[in-house]
Design a protein around this ligand. Structure first.
Ligand SMILES: [Zn+2]
Length: 375
């Protein structure tokens, strides 16, 4: 039996930096539906009781699923009901397991990005689908490596339905907007976070100049022009924002080639982003959870080029020159050992999603979040 690595109580000194001396004692056993004998412990510092289960990804769960298989299914254009059927569990169990694993994925991404220095140019763009109904278009803004196609950041937001609509549709929109109206600056805010990520990674980097490529969307320009750290780096000539017309042919020479490829890949892999799909997302938080589960597989387990010779098994993170050591540390025991919010340096949209605080159009109250995931 593994001794506990830290106290689960986030208020306790042994949560972040457990003392060298023994801070815990054994405190008997109990049994559950999944296990016959579970070791209990007690913290000498704060008195909190816990068990080996507290540190398990399936803490509080009555069933286990094969997580690697689940992750594979999420990225195989499989709907939630199909996954449930295939894995022989209920619909709610799949939702619960994706909810759990998406936090593991966020923790890995956060750890990999923490203190990372940029080794390539980057590009960003928004992938547009809808959730809840066609009246709520969404946008997932993705930042990726121009060479590696590694996904450095992604943030999801609800938008206002625009474009051509019949008189009846306009009326319907007006009715719905009495309950919910998307933030008109949502895209600018999302792009400001993309700028945060670029700046943090460019700062420690040895590169002289890093280019951020996007299309000509005005929200991007607006975000860049009012971003403090970006202004400083760009005055020093270390970053530049280059805009390319989206009408330009989508060839390999297009500066947005990498992000266009990712856009296509997401639409191939994730059921809810397939064009004209009947499997759109019902809940923004759950939708982004599936995105991050997909992204975990894409960044750290999927080969960089699909048609590369089998001997060349370069993964996306390796193409981005991120070290194996960094990734191994970040995803140590990822299939079993539960990541704690209070021990993960989450920022911006990662924290929002972890707490399931993405706004839910037309719904009152906050989204359901079990207490053990808030911890
Ligand atoms: Zn404690």
């Amino acid at each position: 039996m593994q001794p506990p690595q830290f106290c689960p109580n986030s208020e306790c000194k042994a949560h972040h930096e457990p003392p060298r001396s023994r801070w815990w004692v054994r405190d008997g056993f109990y049994s559950s539906t999944l296990h016959r004998r579970i070791q209990r412990f007690r913290c000498n510092l704060c008195g909190r009781g816990f068990s080996t289960q507290t540190f398990d990804i399936d803490y509080y769960a009555k069933r286990r699923v094969n997580y690697p298989r689940l992750v594979g299914l999420v990225g195989s254009c499989c709907g939630v009901r199909q996954m449930a059927r295939y894995l022989g569990v209920g619909y709610e169990t799949i939702g619960n397991k994706i909810m759990r694993f998406s936090r593991q994925a966020l923790a890995v991404q956060t750890a990999v990005m923490d203190g990372l220095s940029m080794r390539e140019d980057v590009c960003a763009d928004g992938l547009q689908s809808y959730w809840i109904s066609q009246y709520v278009p969404n946008n997932i803004t993705v930042l990726a490596g121009s060479c590696s196609r590694f996904i450095y950041a992604a943030t999801g937001s609800s938008l206002r339905r625009a474009g051509r609509m019949s008189a009846a549709q306009k009326l319907q929109r007006a009715v719905l907007e009495r309950t919910f109206r998307a933030d008109p600056k949502a895209l600018t805010h999302a792009f400001a976070e993309i700028c945060d990520v670029v700046c943090r990674a460019v700062e420690p980097s040895a590169r002289r100049l890093t280019v951020l490529d996007t299309d000509e969307h005005t929200a991007y320009r607006r975000a860049v022009s009012s971003h403090g750290p970006w202004y400083q780096l760009s005055s020093a000539g270390r970053v530049v924002h280059r805009q390319t017309a989206s009408a330009l042919p989508r060839t390999a020479a297009n500066p947005l080639a990498a992000i266009n490829t990712i856009d296509r890949q997401i639409r191939i892999d994730l059921a809810e982003h397939v064009r004209e799909t009947v499997r759109f997302a019902r809940n923004p938080n759950r939708s982004m959870e599936r995105f991050w589960v997909w992204c975990f597989h894409y960044n750290y387990h999927k080969r960089y080029r699909i048609n590369q010779p089998t001997a060349d098994a370069t993964l996306h993170y390796q193409a981005a020159e991120i070290t194996k050591q960094r990734v191994h540390t970040a995803q140590k025991d990822i299939w079993r050992s539960r990541r704690f919010r209070t021990r993960t340096a989450l920022f911006g949209s990662h924290l929002v999603l972890w707490l399931r605080m993405l706004e839910r159009p037309f719904s009152r109250g906050s989204d359901y979040l079990p207490g053990y995931l808030a911890a």
